[in-house]
Design a protein around this ligand. Sequence first.
Ligand code: SF4
Length: 366
Amino acid sequence: MPTAQLINELQSCGVRLVDPKAGHESRRGGAGPSDHKALTIDGMTVMVPVHTAPAFESPYVVDKPDALGRSRLSRDGVMLAAVSFPTRPRFYDRSTADGIPYWKIALLHSHDVLATTVLQSCIRYQSRTKTCQFCAIGQSLAAGRTIERKTPAQLAEVAKAAVELDGVRHMVMTTGTPPGRDRGAAILAESAAAVKQAVDLAIQGQCEPPESDDWFARMREAGIDALGMHLEAVTPEVRARIMPGKAQISLERYFDAFAAAVPVFGRGQVSTYILAGLGDTAESILSTCEKLIAIGVYPFVVPFVPISGTPLESYPAPSPAFIHAILSPLAQMLRAGGLNATDIKAGCGKCGACSALSTYERRAAT
Ligand code: SF4
């Protein structure tokens, strides 16, 4: 297993690829963290920034891989580890009957997660005064790398193929926020129902808190096994600066929604993504995590990645020491609270490839 420190370093600094085409297509644009490539180190797959400004200057270098995708990670000419790139999934070669390549409908994340953005547009993305500054949801759409609305039938078809051809083990369904009070819960529910009819695959849905808590039971009944409602930033000042539109949904509403969702999905099956490095202090992130764990919500803390083309592309990436100062005590808090990444049925917390948190959790357990 790579050390937590090495993963922290790679995710903060990124890596320089001697062959930029190494591995299968990287994540560029899209919702949430992006500009990564999946890299397997000692059997563990992590997402590492490769297209960001820090990555172009990174002291970490990955050689051109051989025909089997095997390569070497080095720093200052000193070899650190053997690495490999997950091979291109077989479902990427298929297309729907109407000619849409499956990879425009869903992507492989890490090595065993199918991920899709059901609706590739957002009420908050059109306006500079409302958009989340870190988000690139419109970039992949503008570049023709995806389609705006994935239908339930398309998602079911792709999910079935990804399980059968590539052994995918769980699915992440995120969405831009549509107009309306459900904030995306309705399209997630109808999409999950269609996937579950086609194939037995655990699903995490990700959306903003809907206006009515009734949506939690409806999403669960439709086949969503785990739910993510993402805070991203945890203090009102940072939320207002970084995500002025989404910050209109108060922290109180998020916590009320978490409290209502946990009894429906189960303790540890509701999670939230927190981007460390946007301005929140380590103390404020940890005190929020403490409150979340107390009510059964898994806080998935991820280092912020400055995505090219977003307003934050020149914002500094957090230092490995800052991330360590959060993840090390957080792993202890999770353990004391009885929450564990491996117990999550589906989603980012279970996948864990965008953060070293699960490595810290394993370390805390020994
Ligand atoms: S943690 Fe989430 S966003 Fe990151 S690779 Fe895994 S599924 Fe994708």
